[in-house]
Design a protein. Structure first.
Length: 43
C-alpha cells in the first residue's frame, strides 16, 4: 500500500529537539541512589 510522502517540517528555534510529547530529558539532573542517598549512582 502506498501512502502520501511525509513532509519534513522545519523546527522552530525554541522548540525542543528529539523529544516525544510528555517526556522530559534527564540532561543536567543529578542521579541519587535510592538505597544510600548519595549522588553519582542509582543502585
Amino acid at each position: 500500500m502506498s501512502r502520501r510522502p511525509q513532509k519534513n517540517r522545519r523546527m522552530a528555534k525554541d522548540e525542543p529537539k528529539n523529544l516525544k510529547l510528555g517526556h522530559l530529558s534527564r540532561k543536567g539532573l543529578l542521579i541519587t541512589c535510592t538505597q544510600c542517598d548519595q549522588h553519582g549512582h542509582n543502585k
